[in-house]
Design a protein around this ligand. Structure first.
Ligand SMILES: Nc1ncnc2c1ncn2[C@@H]1O[C@H](COP(=O)(O)OP(=O)(O)OP(=O)(O)O)[C@@H](O)[C@H]1O
Length: 292
């Protein structure tokens, strides 16, 4: 980890944005998801160091032959998740925290089935809705068409999607842009629409990656109520966020990921307190280094 990592951590959401009761740890149901010793390794092709003999100097055949792991192959492996295991239960809302690049989004995507584990396995009892929605949305189509596609992927009928259409648009707060192709949306608009679609059908497992950080206070408040509904219906919620205030107001349990490893898994207050202490230490070390 570098000092710069700590500099990018933000706590941009004020606790008052998410006023309301701190989530109550209800009696938990059966396991909804089991993550068993999951490893995710990305392979980055064409990772040739600057200054080394350029790929363009080599013949075509040589470049093909070089495409295997090892010295000079131009393939770099990034071990983003290293042996993470946990069991999630119905009725839990689980936050995933960690500094930039620690592996939070990768873990969430693996849990949703969007990335196959390099090693280990994920067992799911319900269909995670990040899988149902994100995997099918298409940037070239309008938000309107994507609501239909995403709704069908969640198992709603066409009539049910039409019935929920206005509510989804209203919830996402993107107004008339719903008639524009999704690739024209800002990342915040896209995240809000995905959240609005994903949570439209009270899924068994709802996964949220930073969507709450992209809306205003009203959007966040509405999102919190929807998350509470999912939990009350004995669903499981996963939330990736840089905002400790958001995690504290929504999650009953927190996983802290650092350099791809699960360093702590426990009640929200305990894990957030330890994580904050860690972040402060990193910041102090950074200011000391800058003062020298
Ligand atoms: N598609 C990819 N190809 C190669 N490496 C990747 C890819 N996606 C992520 N990584 C690397 O995997 C590691 C974990 O990234 P990830 O996005 O999961 O972290 P994160 O904790 O969600 O980060 P952030 O808080 O900055 O969003 C990082 O080193 C990142 O550079």
């Amino acid at each position: 980890m570098t000092d710069d990592d700590a500099g990018e951590i933000d706590f941009e959401i004020d606790p008052e944005d998410l006023e309301g009761d701190v989530p109550v740890v209800a009696e938990l149901g059966k396991p909804s998801l089991v993550v068993d010793d999951v490893h995710i390794t990305y392979r980055v092709f064409g990772a040739t160091k600057l200054g080394s003999r350029g790929a363009e100097d080599k013949g075509f055949l040589q470049r093909i032959l070089d495409r295997r792991p090892g010295v000079g192959s131009g393939v770099r492996e990034v071990k983003a998740i290293k042996g993470v295991s946990f069991v999630a239960r119905h009725g839990e809302s689980i936050g995933i925290v960690g500094i930039n690049g620690s592996g939070k989004s990768t873990l969430l995507r693996a849990v949703a089935g969007l990335i196959p584990p390099t090693q280990g396995a994920v067992y799911v009892a319900g269909e995670p809705s990040l899988l149902g929605v994100n995997a099918v949305l298409m940037g070239s189509l309008t938000g309107e068409r994507n609501i239909m596609i995403g709704g069908l992927a969640l198992g709603l009928t066409e009539a049910e999607v039409r019935e929920k259409f206005d509510e989804i648009v209203e919830f996402s707060g993107i107004g008339d842009s719903i008639y524009l192709p999704m690739k024209a949306y800002s990342s915040g608009m896209g995240a809000r629409l995905r959240f609005a679609i994903s949570s439209a059908a009270t899924p068994d497992i709802l996964m949220i990656d930073e969507a709450l950080a992209t809306g205003d206070a009203t959007f966040r408040q509405k999102s919190k109520s929807r998350i509470d509904q999912v939990r009350a219906g004995a669903g499981t919620v996963f939330l990736v966020s840089h905002s400790i205030a958001t995690v504290q107001s929504i999650c009953t349990r927190v996983l802290w990921i650092h350099e791809g490893e699960l360093v702590m898994d426990g009640p929200t207050d305990e894990v957030c307190a330890a994580y904050k202490t860690f972040v402060r230490k990193v910041r102090d070390a950074r200011s000391k280094a800058a003062a020298k």
